[in-house]
Design a protein around this ligand. Structure first.
Ligand code: URA
Length: 307
């Protein structure tokens, strides 16, 4: 129950950062939450666990019925949990790109901390794509499909990302796609049940996986990076670099000397597939295409402009 309350609190924090000021809640849910809080208070357990973020709404403000299916895009991960593991020191062996990447992949897939976060039958997820790509996309974390297939961006958000890449005139296999996280951040489930929905990674989880992402950047050495959503932006720009994604998206930044464009996560469109949202992301990608010297037709320039 504590984990569920923490997940709800983190989601409310994200919504607040994204500018949401109220959320609908069923009376029945509100009543259930009141009962839980009442029981905890009676048991003297009302003090917040050390890792939990401060509530972001007044106590009377309702909580969402359940964690949204896709929580990605609007606001940075809550800097809640202190790291409970030391981030790995990644030393890549000498050799070709392919050799170094294969060694890195084996390292990540065999990493005990990554593996300890997996549910039975699920996989650690490492980036995928061309090691010679000029373009590297960075997302947040594997979701349900990704942890099954062991590949980033293969679920609904991934299929949309693939269409976005194709719209840029490039094939998915020609770019490199990675994530901040190598495992799917867990949510409590019923005994033996499948996880429903996703949660953003904690600061500690991100700090643990970041050396693996940095190593992928080192191997691929892309000319441009694209951060998809707030968690990716936070991972690459650093905690505290911004409060809302709107402050940093659509602009060039720097990641260790590599130009970094920040845009929304594809799930931002999946949640509300309006031409306006599509155009916002598309304008960011047009900037990437321009800077990368990719050909841009008049038709491409006009994608998603409302008529
Ligand atoms: N969303 C992400 O950020 N990464 C994935 O791999 C899939 C969905």
């Amino acid at each position: 129950m504590r984990a569920s309350l923490q997940a709800i609190t983190e989601e409310l924090r994200r919504l607040k950062l994204a500018g949401v000021t109220s959320v609908p809640v069923a009376d029945e849910t509100l009543e259930r939450l009141r009962r839980v809080v009442g029981r905890r208070a009676a048991a003297g357990a009302v003090e917040r666990p050390a890792a939990a973020p401060a509530p972001v709404v007044a106590p009377a403000t309702p909580a969402p019925e359940r964690i949204r299916e896709a929580t990605r895009s609007g606001s940075p991960a809550a800097p809640s949990a202190a790291p409970s593991w030391t981030p790995p020191a990644v030393h890549l062996p000498p050799g070709s790109k392919a050799e170094r990447w294969a060694a890195l992949k084996a390292m990540v897939e065999g990493d005990p901390v990554c593996r300890s976060h997996l549910r039975p039958g699920k996989r650690v997820v490492v980036g995928v794509g061309s090691l010679d790509s000029a373009l590297m996309f960075v997302g947040e974390a594997p979701g349900a499909e990704e942890e099954i297939q062991g590949e980033p961006f293969v679920g609904p958000a991934g299929q949309l990302l693939t269409r976005m890449i194709v719209a840029m005139g490039v094939a998915r296999e020609e770019v490199y796609i990675g994530n901040i996280m190598n495992w799917r951040p867990g949510l409590p489930t019923a005994e033996g049940g499948e996880q429903v929905g996703n949660r953003p990674p904690t600061a500690g989880e991100m700090a643990y996986c970041l050396p693996f992402l940095r190593a992928q950047v080192e191997v691929v050495a892309p000319r441009f990076l694209v951060a998809l959503g707030a968690t990716a932006a936070q991972g690459l720009l650093g905690a505290g670099a911004f409060k809302t994604l709107g402050e940093v998206r659509g602009r060039w930044h720097d990641f260790g000397g590599i130009p970094l464009m920040v845009t929304y996560h594809p799930s931002y469109i999946l949640r509300e597939p309006t031409p306006r949202r599509k155009r916002l992301i598309w304008e960011d990608l047009l900037q990437v295409m321009e800077r990368a010297g990719l050909p841009i037709s008049e038709r491409q320039r006009g994608y998603f402009l409302e008529r």
